[in-house]
Ligand binder design. Structure first.
Ligand code: ATP
Length: 177
């Protein structure tokens, strides 16, 4: 089974994906590293711009039928059996990206994306099987346990579990207003 773990940068995809792959005994694939390895995309500054169709085509050729957890904010564009959309309070996204030294503009862009569900909406346009998990206040282990439980129960779709409009006031300092 191919499990795509997606979400706004900083929500914890890499941490959760590695742990999930380990628990399931699946291969872990970082989609950015895969694209670079395959020579897909072009570096624009420190950002890798990829053609999503080319990425999805190659990924399917290499991984169809395998057991993989694929980690990346474009992973929901791949042909996956299940898409896990990780969510985190936008303030947490802002704090983490600031701590990574991201420029203010990029922090704001990602906080806004998390606030208005950009990745979730994209994932729902691409795949029927979308599970949303709120990581806020949870450890990576707890998040992985939640995902494993949902998989065990055969849950294929669970969305609409967060509403960040309720915390809008807390994230105003990050927004590019
Ligand atoms: N419940 C949680 N789930 C995942 N990560 C968490 C959680 N709580 C705290 N963290 C921390 O948040 C950080 C998330 O970083 P990580 O690189 O995994 O995010 P990411 O979504 O892959 O980001 P990017 O896409 O920018 O690489 C890590 O330092 C991790 O330890």
């Amino acid at each position: 089974m191919i499990i795509a773990v997606t979400g706004t940068p900083g929500v914890g995809k890499t941490t959760v994906s590695k742990l999930l792959a380990e628990k399931l005994g699946y291969e872990y694939v970082n989609l950015r590293d895969y694209a670079i390895e395959k020579g897909i995309g072009e570096m624009k500054g420190d950002e890798l711009e990829v053609e999503v169709d080319e990425l999805a085509y190659n990924f399917e050729k290499d991984f169809a039928g395998k057991d993989v957890v694929v980690d990346g904010h474009l992973s929901h564009f791949l042909k996956a059996d299940l898409v896990v959309v990780l969510r985190a309070h936008p303030k947490l996204v802002g704090e983490r990206l600031e701590a990574r030294g991201y420029p203010k503009e990029k922090v704001g862009e990602n906080v806004e994306a998390e606030l208005v569900d950009v990745i979730l909406v994209e994932a729902l346009e691409e795949n029927e099987n979308v599970i949303e998990v709120d990581t806020t206040g949870k450890t990576p282990e707890e998040v992985v346990e939640e995902v494993l439980e949902l998989i065990k129960e055969g849950v294929k779709r669970r969305v609409g579990i967060v509403d960040w409009s309720e915390v809008y006031d807390e994230v105003v300092p990050y927004l590019r207003l």
